[in-house]
Design a protein around this ligand. Sequence first.
Ligand code: MG
Ligand code: FE
Length: 197
Amino acid sequence: MTTLATSPATATAATTPTAAAPAIQVSPEVAREHFLDWLRDAHAMEEQAETMMSAMSGRLEHYPELKQRIDMHIVETQEQARLLETCLARYETDTSTLKDMTGKVMASVHGMASMFASDEVLKGGIMSYAFEHAEIATYTTLIAGARVLGDTESVRVFETILGQERAMADWLAEHMPETTMTYLSLAETAGTGTAKR
Ligand code: MG
Ligand code: FE
């Protein structure tokens, strides 16, 4: 057992509330094993995110701004998955195991995925907002784990991704009232079937 203190750099990171994290007693092997599990889960989460957002974007017909923002985040999400692969590769993890992991997504992600299947723009927006926050929590956890391991390159990657997830969540929140008004307007003039998509 060795004492691993969180890096002094922690105190300067404005993006995460971990400045006061105490020194912990943990073996590097244990920290690494769990960190790699979280990293693989995050990769599966991003693949799931791409699938869900592609389905939602494909359904939208009357919400061009929302569709455009989702499409932009799909591109970001594909890059996020690639970046996570580079983090895993630096631990010389056999990337073929990633293929095996793609079907083993967290139950919570599965639950949200089924809600994404809702053929309705407002529910899709609400679930997207919730999903982005699950991603924010995931990367906040990963940053803490990477710091314990002294993996500054992974910390940098996760902070970049975290910024993209926060931006997407903020955009969704800001545009929810407008989307709601469009929905109601379409429901009145063209019917609920049109308003939904
Ligand atoms: Mg993501
Ligand atoms: Fe995201």
